[in-house]
Design a protein around this ligand. Sequence first.
Ligand code: NI
Length: 137
Amino acid sequence: MSKVTVHRKAHFNAAHRLFRKDWSDARNYEVFGKCSNPNYHGHNYELIVSLTGEINQETGFVFDLGILRDLIKTEIEDCLDHKNLNIEVEEFQNLNPTAENISVVIYNKLQKHIPNHLDLKITLYETQRNFVSYSGE
Ligand code: NI
């Protein structure tokens, strides 16, 4: 049987601030640099959602990309797009909204809607050159 990976790209804009409440502004700046700006700043996040599995012999699909598009819209874009992640998104009330943590949150939101026989992978670009990936390990 042939295992194939299908990908869907998506996009959202969001603001964040990386910091720890228990650290001084100086310490936060030392570790998080400009991303610790107390007045927040935005990123244009590029998201790639990948599903790996065997091709369904009936349909020829690994997974219907139209269904994946709708899932990404309702589970991810509607929750994160044009939001201040620190203030408006429940998952980041006590979690630093780094690209790493955002990728895990996105994975967990999507994973419950993906059939068990498919492997989910999240790739998240915070800038054109900085990106992370997470496969649930
Ligand atoms: Ni940032």
